[in-house]
Structures are given as C-alpha cells and as structure tokens.
Design a protein around this ligand. Structure first.
Ligand SMILES: [Zn+2]
Length: 419
C-alpha cells in the first residue's frame, strides 16, 4: 500500500491525497528555490519524503521544464553508483524597479536570485505622474532591448517606491514625495501596460521591499518579530512577524517616519503634521543645527554645509569630536524615543537599521541604548537586539524585490497541479 492510499483510508478529516501530492511537490521544488543543485537523496534527507515520491515529483517538474538534469554528482564514501543531480531550469527573469525620488534602478535577476544586469537612470517623482511613467517606459524598453529580453523571457516585475502602497490592490495610496499625484494611484496597472500582460507585476513601498531582504539574508529573521528601519531620502520601516509583512487597511504599518515625536517642533512635514521623526532626524535638520551653532575650526564638521553625510558624522562622533557627538546625541535621543514607542506597540525581537543609520558608530548605539534604558518593563534594560546593516540600500531593495517575485513563483498553486 502506498502512503497516499493509507491516508485515503484514514477518513474524510485526513488530507486529500491530491493535496498531499501537491504539498510534497512543493517541498521538493523548494529545495531548488535559491539555485541549489540537489540529488533525490539530498531532498529526501532534507524533507523526510521517501525517495520514490521525491523522484516522481522531480520527474513531474522535469517534464514541465521547471527542473533539469545536470549530470552525475560524486558517489558517497561507500562507493557505488553516482547519483543524478538536478537544478532549476525555468530561465525566465525577474526585474526589480526602485522608482525612488531622484533616481531609478532596474535590476534583473534569475528567478532563483542570480544577478544578471542593472541600469540606473535619473528620475524625479515631483514631475507629473504621466511623465514619470513615460520615462520609465522608454528606459525599461531600452534596458530590455540591450539585454535582448522579450516579454516572454520576463517572469515578473516588481516596483518599489516612496509612499504607502497596497500590494494586494496594486495601489499607491499617497506619497509625501509626490503629493501632486494625489492619492489612490493604480501604479500596478501603469506598470502592467509597460511590460505587457504576461509578466506578474507586484508593487510595494521601498522600506518594506528593502526590509524583506533580511528574510533571504538571515534565517533568524524568518521567525519572531523583526523591525527593519529604512533610512535614506525618507524614513520608514518594515514589520515582519514570522516571515509575514504587516501592512494594515491603509498600508500605514511601518510608517514610523511620521511617528509624532515632538508636536511642538516648528517644521511642517509633508504629511501635514509637526514633529514627525523623519523631519527631526533628517540630514537637512542636522545641517541647520550646524548653521545655527557651527562646529569649531578643528572639527571635521567645520564649514561642512551640504557635504555633511551620515557616515562622516558617525566617524567624527566615534573619534570623539564634540560637535559630532552632540548631533549624534540628537539622533540617538529621537531614535531612542521612537524605538521606545515601537516597543510598546509592536514588541520586536530584533531591530535592524538599514541605509544611512546602518552606518552608525558604537557611540550612537551606546547613546541609543542609554536613551531607552530607563523603561522598567525592559528586562535587564534591553528590549530587543539592535543591528546595523551597511549594505547599500539599492542592493537590499533589489534583493527584497526579487524575493517577493521568487516567493510569488514558488507559492503559485498552479505550479504543482497536473495539467
Ligand atoms: Zn510626517
């Protein structure tokens, strides 16, 4: 009696054999998800599924052109027959588009994540929506022509941009970087028109796209509660619970840049409010603070003006420069208060800074923790693990965007069904 027959006899509450078959196929294919080469025995050992069932599933995917044989591997120490190795064979590509306020990057990767090509071009999200997408169309077509990629070669396209995005409906709800566009903009439809009907098209907020990169980079981020903080031209976060991205009915979850930290602050935020975290910790704010109270002549921040950057500030603070430390204290104070507020509503296990604050120095970390320490609910004074990732944000974004498309591919139920 086969496994499937025995389950059928367990009665109506047991999994249907056809579901079990699909579930097994899914587990088998997931072994190839990131470009691995595997033998039947490898997968059987990993999944606990019998070799016969693994072999049948592999034959199913080979017959559909999703897996292919890549020849014989090494035999085991005991000698004997060399096992056949298999690899993912669907050679279509994914494209991640970072449509950010001042520039756009197109990143092509295979479905399993190997980088293929990239292109950057200038963009300005303050221009009218139609102009931005007309430019986008020209550049995408040029890029795909250069790479000799037709519509059928593209499995999916993912667009990451500023503002609140509803991934399910494909709508950009609102962005402070392009308020003239209005709200409820069907950006997925705009993109689908450019790339044609065939490719899968997904859209997401930039912070949530870059944040997803941790799901690929670090298996410890796939369980528990993780908060990534995206700091660049804007400030937002991605809240991940057991690998799932939280969003909410207005896609507002994670918009920590608009957390009210000091409502008496004079600067008006693009969102319509005062005292938003994004405004308090902006580079512009630090430049203004330096204009008001300049650094002395022996400071690396002396007369720095527009050349001020976060890596430079953190380096100077770490080296003990007084004015750099004051500005770093300012950042640590506001980030500390924001993380305190995050802790009491989200209670994360881990917080990971990406982008500008990913370059923070030990001095910032120490001041940040000191700011949060007096809250007596935190055991031992520490609420969560804090990490800093210096990886370029556009690379994280390309990884996160590809990951969304990879997940979409491997979770598609049609992939596992008999034709
Ligand atoms: Zn705001």
């Amino acid at each position: 009696m086969t496994n499937e027959q025995s389950i059928r006899q367990d009665g109506p509450s047991a999994a249907l054999p056809v579901d079990l078959k699909h579930e097994n196929r899914k587990k088998v294919l997931s072994a190839f998800r990131y470009g691995e080469e595997c033998t039947v025995a490898d997968i059987s050992n990993q999944t606990g599924i019998s070799r016969l069932t693994v072999m049948r599933a592999i034959q199913f995917f080979v017959s559909r052109g999703i897996l292919r044989s890549v020849g014989l591997g090494e035999s085991s120490n005991m000698g004997g027959k060399k096992p056949e190795r298999f690899a993912f064979a669907d050679d279509r590509l994914t494209m991640c588009i970072a449509m950010w306020p001042l520039s756009t990057r197109l990143s092509l990767r295979t479905i399993t994540g190997q980088p293929v090509a990239e292109m950057d071009f200038a963009s300005d999200l303050r221009r009218p929506l139609r102009d931005v997408f007309a430019d986008m169309e020209t550049n995408i077509n040029r890029f795909l022509r250069q790479q000799e990629i037709g519509e059928s070669k593209l499995y999916g396209v993912m667009l990451s941009t500023a503002g609140t995005v509803d991934t399910d409906s494909g709508i950009l709800r609102f962005s402070v970087h392009s308020p003239e566009w209005g709200d409820e903009i069907p950006i997925r439809d705009y993109l689908q028109k450019i790339v044609g009907e065939r490719p899968v098209v997904l859209v997401e907020n930039a912070g949530k796209t870059a944040g997803r990169a941790v799901l690929h980079q670090d298996e410890h981020c796939r369980t528990g509660r993780v908060l990534t903080i995206f700091s660049a031209w804007g400030l937002s976060s991605c809240m991940i619970e057991d690998g799932r991205i939280l969003s909410g009915p207005l896609s507002l979850v994670g918009e920590i840049g608009h957390m009210s930290i000091d409502s008496r602050d004079e600067e008006l935020c693009g969102c319509g409010r005062h005292g938003c975290l994004e405004r308090l910790v902006s580079r512009r704010r630090l430049i203004r603070m330096l204009e008001k109270e300049p650094a002395p002549a022996d400071s690396p921040l002396y007369n720095i003006g527009e050349k001020l950057s976060f890596p430079l500030l953190f380096e100077a603070a770490q080296n003990g420069d007084r004015r750099a430390r004051e500005l770093t204290d300012h950042l640590a104070r506001y980030y500390g208060d924001a993380l305190h507020n995050v802790a009491v509503v989200y209670n994360p296990d881990q917080v990971i800074f990406q982008g500008l604050v990913g370059h923070a120095c030990a001095y910032f970390d120490q001041q940040l923790k000191a700011r949060m320490k007096n809250f007596r609910y935190f055991p031992g004074g520490e609420a969560f693990q804090i990490r800093y990732d210096k990886t370029d944000l556009l690379s994280l974004n390309a990884t996160g965007g590809w990951y969304m498309l990879n997940e979409h591919y491997f979770h598609d139920p049609l992939l596992y069904q008999d034709v």
